[in-house]
Structures are given as structure tokens and as C-alpha cells.
Design a binder for this molecule. Structure first.
Ligand code: ADP
Ligand code: AMP
Length: 217
């Protein structure tokens, strides 16, 4: 099954993608995580993307399409994948359609995670993640069960993203509204779009997504 999670930064895409990955064996493909790994490794792509990401702007389509088309070929994606943060533009959506058609695959579901813009600053500035396994947390909405210890791997070091500041949220949201939100119409017309209320607590959002995936699968 191929699923896209679509929503603004901080909507909860990564949180739900990791949960679905564990539950359904679909591999999470987060282009944000891939880019952060490239920045950390100081690859050519990472060096070119770093300033763009810190400004909250979008990395060029050609880079992103190449990154996803290489990753989607890997054997671990054979059972399907969950795209988190891709596509973000029409050009990326069209490239994804071509990529899947070439492989004889279809995009089963696009799930819009609907949130009010007003809550995104709090979601984003409260976010942190385990430095070892990447499990995501929030200072108010999802604290580790034992203070200072990752629920998933027991790690004791946590990171905050360089772009998770109140200042970048406006730029990231503007990029979402101008470049990415029009894809909602594109996927509605294709008949693959469904929406969930992503303002609800994490567990409830998860149940709504599971119900949609059960119907698609
Ligand atoms: P995205 O991947 O869409 O940018 P995340 O999954 O990283 O968003 O979620 C952003 C922050 O909000 C994280 O700190 C996460 O723990 C928290 N979060 C995610 N979903 C919810 C929710 N439904 N209610 C409250 N907080 C949430
Ligand atoms: P994310 O982790 O999804 O919030 O992405 C972090 C940043 O990486 C974004 O603000 C963009 O600068 C960049 N990025 C991630 N995915 C894409 C994409 N599909 N297209 C363009 N830029 C992207």
C-alpha cells in the first residue's frame, strides 16, 4: 500500500507515520529526515539544502524527486510505504504519479491532517526527539513516560531541530499554503483524498487514520 500524509509542519505526520510503520509494516519515507541526515553527513545535497531548510523554504523539486525515486526502489519498500513530507509541490506530485505508474503501482490513499494554523507554533516549538532513535516527543502533549528517558530505546539524549523556531514557522506555513495545499484539490479530483481532524489527541488521530487505512487495504 502506498500512502501519503499531507499536512502543514507540526500537523503530526511524523508522529502518526512512525506509529503506522510499527503497526502495519509500511516503511516511513520522511524527506525531512532524509535531508537532515544529508546535512549531518555533509553530503553535496546536504550542503546545498541546509540554508534553504533553516530559512523554512522548499528544497528544489529535482533534488527531492531524485531522493524519493532512489529510496522507493529499496527492497524494504516492497510491502509499501508511507510518504511523510513528500510531495510538497505539483511537480513532485506529478513525478510521484509517473514513478508509481512505471512500477505498476498506485497511490492508495492521501490523508490530509487538518489543523488550525494557530496551534502550529506551539506544536513546533514544543517538539523534541530522541537523539538515538528519532522517536518524537512534545513538552506538553507527548512527554516520555519516564522523564529524560526515551520510551522507545531507553536513550537519554534528546535533540531539537534547528528549524523549529517561532521565526521559521511563518515561512514554512507560507510555503505549505502556496505550494502544497493546492495538492488537496489535485488528490480530491483523483479520488484518493480523505481528511482527519488532526487537532484531536494523538491516539484519536491514530484511530481515525487506522480506520481509513483498513478501508483502503
Ligand atoms: P509533522 O511531522 O507533521 O511536522 P510531528 O509529528 O513532528 O509533525 O508533530 C509535531 C509536534 O506535535 C510533536 O512534538 C508531536 O509530539 C506533537 N503532536 C503530534 N500530534 C499531536 C496531536 N494530535 N496533539 C498534540 N500534539 C501532537
Ligand atoms: P519536514 O521535516 O517535513 O518539516 O521538512 C523540513 C524541511 O526540509 C522543510 O522545511 C523543507 O525545507 C525541506 N523539505 C522536506 N521535504 C521536502 C520536499 N518534499 N520538498 C521540498 N523541501 C522539502
Amino acid at each position: 500500500m502506498i500512502v501519503v500524509l499531507l499536512g502543514p509542519p507540526g500537523a503530526g505526520k511524523g508522529t502518526q507515520a512512525r506509529r503506522i510503520e510499527d503497526k502495519m509494516g509500511l516503511v516511513q519515507l520522511s524527506t525531512g529526515d532524509m535531508l537532515r541526515a544529508a546535512v549531518a553527513a555533509r553530503t553535496e545535497v546536504g550542503r546545498a539544502a541546509q540554508a534553504i531548510m533553516e530559512a523554512g523554504e522548499l528544497v528544489p523539486d529535482a533534488t527531492m524527486v531524485r531522493m524519493i525515486s532512489e529510496r522507493i526502489e529499496a527492497p524494504d519498500c516492497a510491502k509499501g510505504c508511507l510518504l511523510d513530507g513528500f510531495p510538497r509541490t505539483y511537480a513532485q506530485a506529478a513525478a510521484l504519479d509517473r514513478m508509481l505508474t512505471d512500477k505498476g503501482l498506485v497511490l492508495d490513499r492521501v490523508i490530509e491532517m487538518k489543523v488550525d494554523d494557530a496551534i502550529l507554533v506551539e506544536r513546533i516549538t514544543g517538539r523534541f526527539a530522541c537523539a538515538t532513535c528519532g522517536e518524537g516527543y512534545h513538552g506538553r502533549y507527548r512527554r516520555p513516560k519516564v522523564e529524560g528517558v526515551c520510551d522507545n530505546c531507553g536513550g537519554a539524549a534528546f535533540d531539537r531541530r534547528a528549524d523549529d523556531t517561532a521565526e521559521t514557522v511563518a515561512a514554512r506555513l507560507a510555503a505549505y499554503n502556496t505550494e502544497t495545499a493546492p495538492l488537496l484539490v489535485y488528490y480530491a479530483e483523483a479520488g484518493t483524498l480523505a481528511s482527519v481532524d488532526a487537532m484531536a489527541p494523538i491516539a484519536e488521530v491514530g484511530e481515525a487514520i487506522d480506520a481509513l487505512l483498513d478501508r483502503a487495504g
